[in-house]
Every structure is written in structure tokens, then in C-alpha cells.
Ligand binder design. Sequence first.
Ligand SMILES: Cc1cc2nc3c(=O)[nH]c(=O)nc-3n(C[C@H](O)[C@H](O)[C@H](O)COP(=O)(O)OP(=O)(O)OC[C@H]3O[C@@H](n4cnc5c(N)ncnc54)[C@H](O)[C@@H]3O)c2cc1C
Length: 456
Amino acid sequence: MVSESATTMFRSSLRGQSFASGEPGYDAARVVFNRVIDRHPALIARCAGAADVMACVRFASEHGLTVSVRGGGHSIAGKAICDDGLMIDLSAMKGIRVDPAGRTVRAEPGLTIGEFDRETQAFGLATTMGVISTTGIAGLTLGGGMGWLIGEHGLACDNVTAMDVVTADGRLVTASNRDNEDLFWGMRGGGGNFGIVTSFEYRLHEVGPVLGGGVLYPVDKARDVLHFYRDFAATSPNELSTQIGRLTTLDGIPVIGVAGCYCGSLAEGEKALAPLRGFGAPIADLFGPISYVQMQSMFDPWFPPGRQAYWKANFLHGLPDEAIDVFCEFALTVPSPFTTGPWLEHLHGAVSRVGPTDTAFAHRRHPYNFLVLSSWDDPSEAQRNIEWTRACWDAMRPFMVAGAYVNYLEEEADPLARSAYGPNYDRLVALKNKYDPANLFHINHNIGPTRRAPTP
Ligand SMILES: Cc1cc2nc3c(=O)[nH]c(=O)nc-3n(C[C@H](O)[C@H](O)[C@H](O)COP(=O)(O)OP(=O)(O)OC[C@H]3O[C@@H](n4cnc5c(N)ncnc54)[C@H](O)[C@@H]3O)c2cc1C
């Protein structure tokens, strides 16, 4: 229990707003992407800057409060928000400054991918981010960050050069190759386990216009398309990153689509994409020169706010014929038109040139990430969709490696958290012991400390 006077004093010390239950703005502030999540923090502190974040961490530590940290609020497991405790909401921290000459950017953790891309693309620059523009840059980067530039420029976390981090003792430190290297290593793939990032610095690259879009086929042609795609993806140049999956078009047609982005010269892109665009009898070929910002929002209409969601994902060791059979079987039985999946993200190029233990993100050598992104409107449809998703995931198990992408983990998959960190788990536990022995930051895919915090 925190006294009313202590809470009042804390709230008045903040530069940003704060919301308690029943106050105007509270209910809007506790909404996250996945509407299955309906939690009620005791207090939501919408921080205006690093000083507010430091004050929140100190207040929570002093009073033994549960803490959750919200960046863009897109964690499907709802890790941005807690019941009863203090939700540290970074969504108002949207400062960004691009250095076009140095090709770097300083960005605050409340930015969405769309906001980030808009600023960097004003200078023709970009770095890897996810493929839906409403996702937050912070949680995405801390867990890894896979997107259309993965083959040429690696993960989002591979392009981070420094972070300002508020640690569990309320101090602000820098994590980079020069300062607190151990923390820098752990925060590139270890999620929010070690502290709260108040500012990221990323390396940028010249990007755009790109040759982007997709080719759509009737869903009953999935087997032929997947067999073709397996060879096509394996020989794609680094500039071309692709994904394949089942979705329902916005006018209601179930399709199997190969989406892609070529980020090099448009002429070379035409050559690289020619075999795909020449394959079979597609319903539509939507490839063309587009801006990188357009590319980054291409899938947005399939992920509007306000829906319920249940996701499962895991890396695959390959795509044998039997895995294609499973994919095709489930592509024909998807229960909701809002579901995208079964789906495959292809990993290649720059992401796999970094060693699995060079950063905390370990899963760099698997060719595919398999996803089932189930979504529906009516809560009464939850059970049917969840059961189907689990059945699809279970059927694909024989082709999975031991290890999922931490940013796609569901709540009940927490026992899988250990394998999500792969060979880096023990080193991450040692880091947790050093930076957060009391496990203040545990509303995440948690790396539990093994050393007890000293009593103050
Ligand atoms: C529609 C959609 C599309 C997606 N597409 C992609 C994709 O293309 N590629 C990809 O790699 N992933 C993708 N993801 C997964 C995405 O990476 C995760 O959901 C990620 O957690 C989103 O970050 P966020 O800041 O929005 O999340 P939040 O829910 O705000 O936070 C997620 C986790 O990160 C922690 N966290 C957030 N900010 C900070 C911070 N500043 N300091 C410390 N910890 C922090 C939180 O405490 C929480 O544990 C997608 C998710 C959705 C819902």
C-alpha cells in the first residue's frame, strides 16, 4: 500500500501526465493493440522525459510496486501493462533528430515505426524496422526487430549504436560498445529485462524508392507456390527480403501471397524479381517502384487497432515437403478473415552474418520464422480461433528448432522464454543478477535473476 500523500507528491513531481482509475484519460491510456488484454494499473505515468522515468523507477522501488513499461503497446502478450502496479507509459516521448551527414538518428521510445520512417525518409535514409507502421520502435528493437531490410542491413537491434538506459536503481547510464558493453550486448535481443531505454541511437542507410509489393495466387495453389518459393528465397540477393503467407484480401478473397521489398537499384530489382513475377498464373502482381514509407505501411490495413489477437510463432530449421503439406492443409481452414497465416518470414543475408552469441538475439541462422497471426472481432469467437491456431502450430512442431522470437511470444508461452534466448540464456541471467537482482523489470518475457537482491 502506498499512502495517498506519497502518491500525490510523486504525481506532482512529474513533468508528464498521470492517470489513476476513474480519472479522465485513464481508460484510453490502458488500451493496447491486442484487445484481449484488459488490465487495470493502479497508476499510469505518461513520462515526458528521462527525469520522469527515473522518478518512476525510484518510486516503484521504494514502494515495492509492480512495474510495466509501455512503448508502442504492441506486445501481443500485453507486456506493456500490469494489474494494480505502475505502468510507465513512454508513448508521449516522441523526440527524434536525424543527422543526415553522419547517417545516424537519435530517437525516443514512444515513436511508432511510421513516425520514425517519416523523419528518416525525409533525408532518404532508413534502418530496419518491422513491417506494420503502428508498431512501437522500442519493444521491437529490444527484442530484435525483423523487417524488409533484414537481408541487407540486419535486425533493428543490429543497427543500434547506443542507448540511454534507466536501470533498476534509478540511474541513467549509456549502453554502447564503449560504455557498459555488457548491458549493450544484453539489450540487443534481451527485451526490457535490464532497464528502460529513454533514447536509442541507430545507424542509417540510403533506402528508397524500393521495388515492393506482392504477387497473389488462389489459395488452392499454395503447394505449387510454396515449392517454387523455397528455391526462390534460398537464392535471393541480400537486397531482396520476402515473406509468404495466407491472407484474405480486403475484398474477401483468400489468397496465398509472396510479398517482398528490393532495396537496391530498381533495375537490379526487376531482374531479381522476374522469376517470381513470371511464376504460375497469379491473380494479381502488385510489385512496382514505391517509396519506402509506402512499403512500410503496405500491410497496415490487415492490422487495424481494436481487434482481438492470438499469435504463435517459432523458427523452422527448413521447409521440407511435409512442412509444406501442413502449411497447405491449414491455409484452407483459417476460421477468421482477419487472420494472416500460416505465414513465413525468410531470414537471410546480414542477419545471419552476426554470430548467435554476438548480441543477445540468438536465432540468426534459421531460414524461416513460422507465424500464425490469428485475429477476430467478436470475443465469442476466441476459443475457435485459439484452438485452430494451436492445432496449426502443433502440426508444424516437427520442423521447428528449439527457439521462438521473443517479440512474438504469447503469454502462456513463458516457459518457452528460456529457449527464446537460446545459447545466451545463462549470460543473460548473470546480467540480470548484476543490473536487476530484485527483478523490478519482470513484466516481459522474463529472465529471472538467480541472486537475491541485498536488503536495503
Ligand atoms: C501488428 C503487429 C505487427 C508486428 N510486426 C512485427 C515485425 O514486422 N517485425 C518484428 O520484429 N516484430 C513485429 N511485431 C512484434 C513486435 O516487435 C512486438 O510486439 C514489440 O514488443 C512491439 O514493441 P512495442 O514498443 O510496440 O511494445 P510494448 O507492448 O509497448 O512493449 C513490449 C515489451 O517491450 C518492453 N519495452 C517497451 N519499451 C521499452 C523501453 N523503452 N525500455 C525497456 N523496455 C521496453 C515492454 O515492457 C514490454 O515488455 C509486430 C507486432 C504487432 C502487434
